[in-house]
Design a protein around this ligand. Structure first.
Ligand SMILES: C[S@@+](CC[C@H](N)C(=O)[O-])C[C@H]1O[C@@H](n2cnc3c(N)ncnc32)[C@H](O)[C@@H]1O
Length: 205
């Protein structure tokens, strides 16, 4: 089954309460984004945003240039339906991140539990190049993956676990690491998944 088929199936057959990654409030992402202290008009992109509530909270906080990218059109449609009229305030991109050709630059790049699905070195390489091209000089990247104490699979797919050090090494060529935390996520099924979240600043070219 292709990656896209997998994710379209997930979002057409399972409710938010039936998938492990659901969060009512994406508290850590919001804290990291707030810590960057960017203007409310700064372009922000959520990579593999799915139907996460992050976009709802960013709109509520007054951010005006938000993009949500996901491989699954069904995921984006779900988020759009939830937002109703506010959906028109958001840019929506249905794309595999490894095929994404950005046509603008972003001040903030957020990714929770999407990067870790890239288990091949060539996919990681492509992601890094895309992020580096798409983020403005001095812009920010915040990424959350399963930690080395976390699960080895997500949504039934293999993932690559990271520690603060391995994320630092992975992003080292283009980005300076700012802050990392390890955090337990309580799933809707009351199980615990340990995540590593790190923020980075793009080095000036
Ligand atoms: C575990 S979910 C996390 C969703 C969201 N970031 C959150 O925190 O709630 C992973 C998301 O990444 C998307 N995804 C997986 N592989 C992708 C890829 N190669 N390109 C773009 N999106 C992808 C999936 O459709 C799904 O919405």
């Amino acid at each position: 089954m292709s990656r896209k088929t997998h994710w379209e199936k997930v979002y057409t057959t399972k409710q938010a309460s039936e998938v492990s990654w659901t969060q009512e409030t994406p508290k850590t992402a919001l804290e990291f984004i707030r810590s960057f202290n960017v203007s409310k008009s700064a372009p922000i992109i959520d990579i593999g945003g799915g139907d996460s509530n992050l976009v709802d909270f960013l709109l509520l906080q007054g951010y005006t240039d938000i993009t949500v990218l996901d491989i699954s059109e069904a995921a984006l449609e779900r988020a759009q339906k939830r937002l109703g009229e506010k959906a028109s305030l958001v840019h929506w991109i249905a794309s595999d991140i490894t095929e994404f050709k950005p046509n603008k630059v972003y001040t903030v790049w957020h990714d929770r539990a999407t990067f870790h699905f890239l288990t091949e070195a060539s996919q990681v390489e492509t992601y890094l190049k895309t992020a580096y091209t798409a983020i403005s000089n001095g812009g920010f990247l915040t990424i959350g993956t399963f930690s080395e104490n976390g699960p080895q699979k997500c949504s039934g797919l293999n993932i690559k676990q990271y520690s603060p050090q391995s994320l630092k090494d992975t992003f080292a060529s283009g980005f300076e690491q700012l802050k990392c935390i390890n955090e337990d996520h309580l799933t809707p099924f009351q199980t615990i998944q340990n995540f590593t979240f790190c923020s980075f600043r793009k080095r000036f070219q």
